[in-house]
Write a protein of this length. Structure first.
Length: 174
């Protein structure tokens, strides 16, 4: 399945990596010699050299990574999170985020190259965005791990739209 090159994106295909530059940034993706990557008109084609199991797996992986590369440098990726709990807030500060999530001290999350933070109104929801899908997911997971949602009251940091399975609390027996 060919990968369409979005408008405004420059692609250079080398022997073992693909380089892309776009409005959101520039990045590279390396690939194994089991596949062959070529540009035909305004599309990128990924073909495998043989029909072995490793070549088939590498074929799909390489195609997905190149597609994510082109999507990232053209439109970018965004992960939305929300803070649930009484008194829990998030504030944008120079060089990162400041989280107040029930500890005796605020937690500072520093800036990462290629990653932008945006805090919505009300200081309870924010987003992590960037051109590298892996880094957006990694940074989002690290922020969520500061205070993951707990199952009894549902308090904590969660992805927007994430379902947290709730448990019943203790009951008093006679």
């Amino acid at each position: 399945m060919p990968i369409a090159i979005p408008a405004g994106v420059e692609v250079k295909i080398h022997a073992d990596y693909v380089e892309a530059k776009g409005p959101k940034g520039a990045d590279i993706v390396e690939f194994l010699p089991l596949v062959k990557v070529e540009q035909k008109d305004n599309d990128i084609l990924v073909n495998r050299n043989s029909d072995e199991k490793d070549a088939r797996a590498t074929h799909g992986l390489t195609r997905a990574l190149i597609n994510n590369l082109l999507t990232g440098v053209s439109t970018g990726f965004k992960r939305e999170l929300e803070v649930i709990g009484t008194g829990y807030t998030v504030m944008a500060q120079k060089g990162g985020l400041l989280l107040n999530v029930g500890f005796s001290h605020p937690v500072f999350i520093g800036a990462v190259d290629g990653i932008d933070y945006a805090v919505e109104k009300g200081n309870t929801s924010f987003s992590v965005s960037g051109f590298n899908k892996y880094m957006v997911g990694e940074v989002s997971a690290k922020i969520r791990s500061v205070r993951p949602p707990e199952p009894f009251k549902g308090k904590g940091i969660r992805y927007k739209g994430e379902y947290v399975r709730r448990k019943a609390g203790k009951t008093v027996g006679k």
